[in-house]
Design a protein around this ligand. Structure first.
Ligand SMILES: [Zn+2]
Length: 268
């Protein structure tokens, strides 16, 4: 189920419940992201009552292309059981800092308060948290089932991320919440695509920064839902749309038994 061809040439990091591979020199950073993913895996498996197969890749820019399903270095993604995140700083992250700088001194000050490090703004602590968002995708991807809208798929991953941070690493909430708030505060006019119809039609093709803006909007919405209803909200969202094969058979039987047999009696 996991595409192991992506692991060739990388270094294995031992001691975790699922395989971890990093680019040479990124073992320490890989280890800290892996520790968080392990905690998040336990948290999500428990509340969603499902244990997917997962594998984590922490990559340098040199190792990104050919392994990542998204071309922009620093855009976290997943494919065939592999969670793929950047282990070094990315100019994609830096492009958001430039947008905040251009927008207003007060937003810049807020960014400095949360992400300031040695006189500069370092968004790595925020983007590192997104490994949990990608991990959440692996859960629905391996039942497998699809949410009926692209935005809802991303909302689910953001809700899982928020629930994890609020429940297991609450000290990281300012790191998680500030970036989306600042990007949404830039105003929609900064971005070409703004409607959910655009998002459904184009998804990641809206462009990396514009995609980030949609994710930030969805994160703010997910935070509101979590603050109102906490973990049961995650469980209800999952249970509303999850369809396993046995459940699918029951639904198909109600339409016509022959339809269910396509799945249950398929011969090679
Ligand atoms: Zn996502």
């Amino acid at each position: 189920m996991i595409d192991t061809t992506k692991l060739e040439g990388l270094q294995a990091v031992q001691g975790f419940p699922f395989p971890i591979h990093t680019s040479p020199g990124l073992e320490t950073r890989g280890r800290s992201i892996a520790e968080r993913c392990t905690r998040a895996y336990r948290f999500l498996s428990k509340i969603l009552e499902f244990e997917p197969k997962a594998s984590l890749l922490v990559l340098s820019p040199q190792d990104w292309s050919g392994r990542s399903s998204h071309p922009v270095y620093g855009m976290p993604n997943y494919e065939a059981g592999n969670l793929i995140v950047a282990g070094e700083e990315s100019s994609f992250w830096g492009s958001f800092v430039e947008m905040i700088k251009e927008a207003s001194p007060s937003l810049l000050k807020e960014a400095q308060t949360t992400y300031g490090s040695n006189g500069r703004i370092d968004l790595a602590p925020f983007f590192d948290l997104l490994a949990v968002h990608e991990l959440a995708h692996i859960f629905h991807d391996q039942v497998p089932f699809h949410f009926p809208r692209a935005w809802l798929t991303e909302f689910f991953a953001n809700l899982c991320l928020h629930a994890y941070v609020a429940s297991v690493e609450p000290e990281q909430l300012p790191t998680l919440e500030t970036f989306p708030r600042l990007i949404v505060a830039l105003g929609p006019h900064k971005f070409r695509y703004r409607t959910l119809e655009d998002f459904e039609a184009l998804y990641t093709k809206v462009g990396p920064q514009n995609y980030g803006w949609y994710q930030c909007r969805l994160h703010l919405a997910a935070k509101k839902v979590y603050d109102a209803e906490a973990i049961p909200a995650v469980q209800k969202l999952w249970k509303t749309f999850v369809i396993t094969d046995p459940q699918l058979v029951e639904s198909l039987k109600k339409i016509h038994p022959e339809m269910a047999k396509v799945l249950t009696s398929w011969s090679r």
